[in-house]
Design a protein around this ligand. Structure first.
Ligand code: SF4
Ligand code: SF4
Length: 101
């Protein structure tokens, strides 16, 4: 049976960190705010095509083969659960979840 990862703080209180688990690309407006505050390189801006495919974005040569830009979770394993992305997102795109041991 799995248990949830949690830590005991110096105060003696238990803290259960939550890690990025989902990003709703239907709500995302590609503003990049979350990317700027993430300290761990978890996130990446990509283009979303009409049929839902994700393609690389070249910021120097934007020929717009996609409908819009959206943020994606590129390296979920690097997340430290600071929740800065979620706090700054104006569209409430993020879902965080506790990690199982
Ligand atoms: S919770 Fe922190 S480390 Fe994880 S993706 Fe968000 S900003 Fe990056
Ligand atoms: S802050 Fe929210 S709306 Fe802006 S790029 Fe990140 S996920 Fe998308």
């Amino acid at each position: 049976m799995s248990t949830t990862f949690s830590v005991t703080l110096p105060s003696g209180a238990t803290w259960t960190p939550t890690f990025v688990s989902n990003l709703d690309d239907q709500k995302c407006i590609g503003c990049g705010r979350c990317f700027k505050v993430c300290p761990r390189g978890v996130l990446e801006l990509v283009g979303l095509t009409e049929d839902g495919a994700r393609v690389p974005v070249d910021l120097d040569d934007d020929d717009e083969e996609y409908e819009k830009k959206v943020m994606t979770i590129a390296h979920q394993e690097l997340c430290i659960g600071c929740t800065a992305c979620s706090k700054i997102c104006p569209k409430k795109c993020y879902t965080h979840a506790a990690s199982a041991l």
